[in-house]
Ligand binder design. Structure first.
Ligand code: HSE
Length: 318
């Protein structure tokens, strides 16, 4: 019987321009580790340590890693509890799915301690519950790619239905994280609850065009469709330098560029790894020209792996 397990879950980019709260992809290399141990206190979840970031809540119901495990313990009426150690490598408020990464790693590690573990996909509602604590809303566009890897469409959370989306060969993402912080809860509050019919039609065309382009492997259709006419214009006001950075990415040949999740990270799709490197440098330079310091930048394939159980000693820093 396993009594302790460590899981890694990758960072992720949500929304993907056209799929607000619906689409997301995993990023290679960066992510959080969570170690979960069985304790002899039924239903109890104890956050024993958080490394890498200060100021995160230790109360399990307020903690993204704790909330999903609490739901698991309650739903299964487990005869034991969980002690949780979190190792954060994704800055908070970055738009790179840090809370989802911890939520997913926690439930994947917790699952490994169950007598009858769930299938991976069935962990989605637990992980989404953890994510809800951070963003104030139930959405699976970070937790699903962090759990399952790749680029996905979350059609439903509970019961979960997640569709793997193919990506045209070679297409690579460039991500730049400026030294800014945006709180997802706040970035959701500023969004208008209303949507005009005109914008709804326009955005539906972009979402449909993007999905068809992905399934056809049609990069030019992807380029024409990769536009967010609803969320991006509202959130750009929170992100200094976004429009010049987007222009720099497109001028450097990007297929499309938008805000990663609620920001401040910005991502762009490029035709291949070399182009993605060029686009990444163009975006970094543009942020700096706007007087915004850059914290980090990465390129990643779009088929990055999802969460997995790892050896506790394998924890690597990005
Ligand atoms: N879809 C969510 C949002 C993702 O944009 O608010 C948050 O990372």
């Amino acid at each position: 019987m396993r009594t302790r397990a460590t899981a890694f879950a990758p960072a992720s980019c949500a929304n993907v321009a056209v799929g607000f709260d619906l689409m997301g992809f995993a990023l290679q290399a960066v992510g959080d580790h969570v170690t979960v141990s069985r304790i002899e206190e039924p239903g109890v979840v104890r956050i024993a340590a958080i490394e890498g970031l200060e100021g995160l809540p230790l109360r399990p119901e307020e903690n993204t890693a704790g909330a999903g495990l609490l739901m698991m313990a309650k739903k299964l009426a487990l005869p034991f509890g969980f002690e949780v150690r979190i190792d954060k490598n994704i800055p908070v408020g970055s738009g790179l799915g840090g809370s989802a990464s911890s939520a997913v790693a926690a439930v994947v590690a917790g699952n490994a301690l169950l007598d009858t573990p769930f299938e991976k996909l069935d962990l989605l509602p637990f992980a989404a519950e953890g994510e809800r604590v951070a963003s104030g809303a139930l959405h699976g566009d970070n937790v699903a790619p962090a759990l399952l890897g790749g680029l996905v469409l979350v059609r439903a959370i509970d019961p979960p239905e997640v569709i793997d989306l193919p990506v045209p060969k070679g297409v690579t993402v460039a991500v730049v994280l400026p030294k800014l912080r945006i709180d997802t809860k706040e970035a959701r509050k500023i969004l208008s609850p209303e949507l005009s019919r005109k914008l709804w039609i326009e955005q539906s065309a972009h979402l449909a065009g993007t999905l068809v382009a992905l399934f056809r492997g049609d990069v030019e259709l992807l380029r024409r469709s990769f536009h967010d006419v609803v969320i991006e214009p509202q959130r750009a006001q929170l992100l200094k330098g976004f429009f010049p950075v987007k222009k720099a990415a497109l001028d450097a040949g990007a297929i499309g560029c938008s805000i990663s999740g609620s920001g401040p990270a910005v991502f762009a799709f490029a035709k291949n790894k070399d182009e993605a490197e060029k686009v990444m440098i163009a975006m970094r330079d543009a942020f700096e020209r706007e007087g915004v310091e850059v914290f980090g930048s990465w390129t990643s394939p779009l088929d990055a792996k999802g969460a997995e159980i790892v050896d506790e000693t394998s924890k690597v820093k990005p």
